[in-house]
Design a protein around this ligand. Sequence first.
Ligand code: NAD
Length: 318
Amino acid sequence: MSKQQRYVVMGGAGFLGSHLCERLVGEGHEVVAVDNFITGSASNVAHLAGTPLFSLVEADVSVSLPVEGQVDAVLNFASPASPVDYLEHPIETLHVGSLGTMNGLELARAQGARFIMASTSEVYGDPQIHPQTEDYWGHVNPVGPRSVYDEAKRFSEALVTGYRTTYGTDTGIVRIFNTFGPRMRPNDGRAIPNFVRQSLRGDPITIAGDGSQTRSICYVDDLVTGILALTRSSLAGPVNIGNPHEISMLELAQWIVKLVGSSSETVHIERPVDDPTVRRPDITLAQRELGWEPEVSADEGLRRTIEWFREHPEVTGL
Ligand code: NAD
């Protein structure tokens, strides 16, 4: 095992943050999760609460990041992430992308720690090149409904870059593509938990538009491995982490219905404004510089996710 280190996970009670905390504690590291529970929940990390390696601090990181003592790495995963969430909390999303990121950078700077920024494939907007490479600047509407999230993340990337060039802070930016797995909230509006919930209930599966728009879906364990490879490297990025397995929303819905063994039918609803048409990461950089590539097939990941939804009726209400 590598030398024990102390990590701060901003947004540690969220979907991705909780998986990061779990992996790090499992490796024997000390973890301080900081969260205000705006979209996450202490129940996501309740299974870690008994270990002396883990602590959970309730705080709004846009206001302050109250962590004392030496820190080796700060991982910034605090932000509403699903369109339903950031449209409900637009100003909080802009605050956490700007002020929250700055507070995380200040902690890393003061501690000489590495800072990892969870950015997103949304910085590419509705992309005009396909697949997306890191040198593509994106196609984002700065005043559209998604802009509170997309532009907050673009600002975060600029801020991280500013700290790196101005103060020499050790930083890494990861552009995360659609990730799924256990502990997603069934009502967070993202396609996979939506389709799984509807299939399990036998409700109609709601497809936005004709369902021909694509996403590339990565299982959470693979994502965590990629994030930690970046954390333990000196790569500044930005680096894409995602699974190039691309699928249309209609195919995804039909696949989930089949895996669940559901009788649900599909219905079409209006497609959200500025919804990207295609999304697929070019992961050449991550393969070359981090030796990372996804290992869990979409089929296996979907089976594990469906299983988790079935086993947690207290969370899913199913
Ligand atoms: P999530 O909503 O489950 O987790 C976000 C966590 O951050 C929640 O626990 C929330 O309460 C916390 N948080 C938000 N604002 C905060 C604040 N001001 N102070 C303290 N805590 C705060 O979302 P997620 O899917 O786990 O996403 C985590 C990060 O990864 C986000 O930054 C998101 O933009 C990024 N990301 C996720 C995906 C994905 O597919 N899940 C894709 C791209 C980027």
